[in-house]
Design a protein around this ligand. Structure first.
Ligand SMILES: Nc1nc2c(ncn2[C@@H]2O[C@H](COP(=O)(O)OP(=O)(O)O)[C@@H](O)[C@H]2O)c(=O)[nH]1
Ligand SMILES: [Mg+2]
Length: 298
């Protein structure tokens, strides 16, 4: 790319109901895992920016938790606030839907995006799951009747290696800028501490079933991230007494397995040995309490 071209820098928010693939797309665009991914809703709980810098163009993609319906506790309300606030101050919204069907929860997202008055491109994700390719055009047509989207990009965030068609659509909405918003070699606005917490939470979410993943939180209390190795102490917070034993597992098996998986992933990610010490602590009903949420980083 021509280095002499005028710089462009901006923020693009990824909007969509839980599980449509926002975090998967973010990671694929950035080429690094900055946001955790599981098949469960409430995997993403924070606003996370992933940064893509290509020649003259820099885009900060803002990952959002998505709007959560269902039971309203303090955590869910906070997550919804985070999502709504993420629409402020950005240049473009990318709304994600799943290729096979438009769902009622997609309407709520569209409504929020409409209210923001941002230009909106529709990413039709998971086309790998379409039973027949001919179903795509009628689906795009149906979507275009719901809203005058500024563009459509069908894709599979999980399989795609190359995002030129999407970036081409986005570029005109990214304003000219004297300076980039983030250092060119940075992939995210989030700290090593945050990435450790999230890696640990992801592993528990993948290992545990039912209600539990939604009432776990992780804080890294002590992180030494040197060039030789990373040493971290992390606390897994549970909301109920009975959850403690489940998180620890028989003979400590679950705790060990989650710790092992997180450690290997972080070591590969930061290209340095990683030592993780995990503790499990009870903070009764932390997900129902605003002050506990603040202390746990929400
Ligand atoms: N088949 C298929 N699955 C996908 C695709 N993109 C994401 N997923 C899966 O959908 C689930 C939810 O993804 P995630 O990125 O966490 O969704 P988010 O809640 O919108 O951030 C995960 O199991 C992903 O692996 C895709 O293009 N095709
Ligand atoms: Mg997510």
């Amino acid at each position: 790319m021509n280095e002499e071209r005028e710089k462009r820098a901006g923020l693009v928010v990824l909007a969509g109901r839980p599980n449509v693939g926002k975090s998967t797309l973010l990671n694929a665009l950035v080429g690094e895992k900055v946001s955790i991914v599981t098949p469960k809703p409430q995997t993403t709980r924070h606003r996370i920016v992933g940064v893509l810098t290509r020649g003259h163009l820099q885009i900060g993609f803002v990952d959002t938790p998505g709007l959560h319906g269902g039971r309203s506790n303090a955590l869910n309300r906070r997550i919804n606030e985070t999502t709504r606030a993420s629409l402020d101050g950005v240049d473009l919204a990318l709304m994600l839907v799943e290729a096979d069907r438009w769902q009622p929860d997609d309407d709520a997202v569209l409504e929020a995006v409409r209210r923001s008055r941002l230009p909106v491109g529709l990413v039709i994700n998971k086309i790998d799951r379409l039973a027949r390719a001919e179903l795509l055009l009628p689906f795009i047509e149906a979507c275009s009747k719901r809203h005058a989207f500024d563009f459509f990009v069908p894709m599979s965030a999980r399989r795609e290696k190359q995002f030129d068609p999407l970036l081409k659509e986005i570029e005109p909405y990214v304003p000219p800028a004297d300076e980039f918003l983030f250092p060119e070699d940075e992939f995210t606005d989030r700290s090593v501490k945050f990435l450790i917490e999230e890696a640990v939470r992801e592993k528990f979410m993948l290992l545990l079933r039912d209600e539990l993943p939604y009432s776990l939180s992780v804080t890294a209390d002590n992180v030494e991230a040197g060039p030789e190795r990373i040493v971290a102490h992390a606390t897994v917070w549970v909301a109920r007494d009975s959850h403690k034993a489940i998180v620890i597992g028989r003979g400590g098996a679950t705790l060990k397995e989650a710790g092992q998986r997180a450690r290997l992933e972080l070591a590969a990610r930061f290209d340095t040995p990683c030592e993780l010490r995990l503790h499990v602590k009870l903070r009764r009903n932390w997900n129902e309490s605003d002050s506990a949420l603040r202390e746990l980083g929400y």
